[in-house]
Design a protein around this ligand. Sequence first.
Ligand code: ADP
Ligand code: ADP
Ligand code: ZN
Length: 225
Amino acid sequence: MSSTHPAYLVFIGPPGAGKGTQAAMLEKKLGLKQVSSGDLFRENLKNQTELGLLAKSYIDRGELVPDEVTIRMVQDRMQRPDCDQGVILDGFPRTLEQASALDAMLASQGSKIDLAPVLTVSDDELIARLTGRRVCRNCGATYHMIFNPPRVEDVCDACGGELYQRSDDSLETVRNRLYVYYKQTSPLIGYYYAKGLTTFIDGGQAIDVVKQALLDAIQTALHGK
Ligand code: ADP
Ligand code: ADP
Ligand code: ZN
């Protein structure tokens, strides 16, 4: 898919809605770069940077990392050349403050958000997904023990890396992350709805069905087909 100006998509949905899974599948197909704020924090954590250590205290409690550092981290990442064709944002923005900072940044470079797909999933399903989620220690690919298992148990299909369970995917932290989503992030749905940018997709469907629905909506938004 080629377009004259870079495309910017914002995937919105509660933790476990499938944002990361879908963004990873669609980035190559759409020629866009997936930028996941959660992955960026976890990379910093792995490399024991100052930012990683700061983020850890929030991530462990299922709270949001403060806006200022989060915005700077994502903006820096979006300036790199591999984002020139555009970006799928996954997990950012998560507050209204982050959303307006993103708008200002894009406006300053003559760009804008093209679409903000909202993935809707029931809380019971989210809890089942998050507590069964497994992630590759090496490449970050996401699996589910039951819903999306790797070919070989605990081994990444993509790179052979070891799969692990994120410490914030415990039931207790998951409950708080859902609370934080509804309180602090769900207002973004209204924010983008008012701009005519939302499209609502039933994220409770099978992975491939969600993927096709997203692809249809994105292609219509980018090319008016
Ligand atoms: P998010 O990035 O929104 O937090 P993920 O993409 O990490 O969500 O998905 C959460 C968990 O649910 C993962 O274990 C993933 O394999 C699984 N999953 C993703 N999409 C679906 C789906 N449509 N049906 C069932 N399980 C899914
Ligand atoms: P999930 O896949 O469950 O939605 P993420 O990997 O996106 O989770 O995020 C994990 C944690 O990283 C969050 O609970 C939060 O502490 C932190 N985080 C990620 N993105 C943001 C953001 N945009 N603003 C503040 N904190 C964030
Ligand atoms: Zn891997």
